[in-house]
Design a protein around this ligand. Structure first.
Ligand SMILES: NC(=O)C1=CN([C@@H]2O[C@H](COP(=O)(O)OP(=O)(O)OC[C@H]3O[C@@H](n4cnc5c(N)ncnc54)[C@H](OP(=O)(O)O)[C@@H]3O)[C@@H](O)[C@H]2O)C=CC1
Ligand SMILES: O=C(O)C1=N[C@H](C(=O)O)C[C@H](O)C1
Length: 240
């Protein structure tokens, strides 16, 4: 597979290493510091898929540039969902292909699935149990709460109707889901959903040990996307 990497930080470099080991070709790197290349320098005959892991403030423009160039794009940057509808419209206008996941690891996507199942079960016991979400990441992370925590929060709100909104702080009303963020050292990513009653606590937890799971998932998505048209996510890829 011929890959254009957009963003050559922690994720870009992890993807490059795994891609090269798997025999894929990195045909270009677009990054603030690591290269002078631009997305507009690349055409669909040179690139099977672009993989974008940059920054919340640059993700939409990078995705848009890929779509305008006719490049299928796998985007992992978080914190830009306020522009997601614009991206969807651009995909439709260009007959393009966009893959987005707040978290590309297979384990986290199983966690999302279990989270929804547990929320639906626990709804029957909502009078006794309160639920809260916590996420812990490294101190370089700029967005808060994490994209993964937002996806998990949406899963709870959809299946545990006693919670109708979320707040990135301790809840101030029973219908608010507290989504608590902590930034500590070089933690790769910990997400935890906790249902607590006066009698006991039930916890669903995912802890990433490295960035390889995210990178493997992004490469899987990049292999799957070419030839498809539309907006896709991990449920399409994994059939969850
Ligand atoms: N969906 C998922 O599974 C995962 C998502 N992420 C998300 O991916 C994003 C990147 O994470 P990570 O690699 O850890 O971050 P890093 O800060 O380590 O790397 C980002 C890189 O992108 C560069 N960059 C910033 N803006 C642009 C731009 N406009 N064009 C090209 N390059 C740019 C940065 O350069 P400079 O430093 O010079 O600004 C840096 O080299 C974050 O939003 C993070 O939340 C992370 C892990 C997994
Ligand atoms: O910035 C990170 O590092 C991560 N970001 C993603 C998120 O916001 O959920 C995924 C993962 O947790 C690592």
């Amino acid at each position: 597979m011929k890959i254009l990497l957009i963003g050559y930080g922690k994720m870009g470099q992890t993807i490059a290493a795994l891609a090269s080991a798997a025999g894929h070709e990195i045909v270009g790197i677009v990054d603030h510091q690591a290269s002078d290349s631009k997305i507009a320098d690349f055409t669909p005959d040179q690139v099977d898929a672009a993989i974008e892991f940059t920054h919340p403030e640059s993700a939409f423009e990078n995705v848009a540039a890929c779509l305008r160039q006719g490049l299928p794009v796998v985007c992992g940057s978080t914190g830009w969902l306020h522009r997601f509808e614009e991206a969807q419209q651009l995909v439709a206008d260009t007959n393009g292909a966009l893959f987005y996941a707040s978290n590309y690891s297979v384990g986290v996507n199983l966690f999302f699935h279990f989270n929804e199942y547990i929320a639906a079960k626990m709804n029957q016991f909502a009078a006794s149990y309160d639920v809260q979400l916590t996420e812990v990441h490294h101190t370089q992370k700029v967005d808060q709460p994490s994209g993964t925590a937002l996806t998990a929060a949406q899963g709870i709100l959809a299946h545990f109707p006693s919670k109708t909104t979320w707040r990135n702080a301790p809840a101030q009303a029973p219908e608010e889901l507290a989504v608590l963020s902590e930034r500590r050292g070089d933690v790769v990513g910990i997400h935890e959903v906790r249902y607590a009653s006066t009698a006991d606590t039930i916890t669903l937890r995912h802890e990433a040990h490295s960035r390889e799971g995210f990178a493997q998932g992004a490469l899987l998505a990049a292999g799957w996307l070419p030839g498809r048209h539309g907006v896709f996510g991990m449920n399409d890829l994994l059939g969850l």
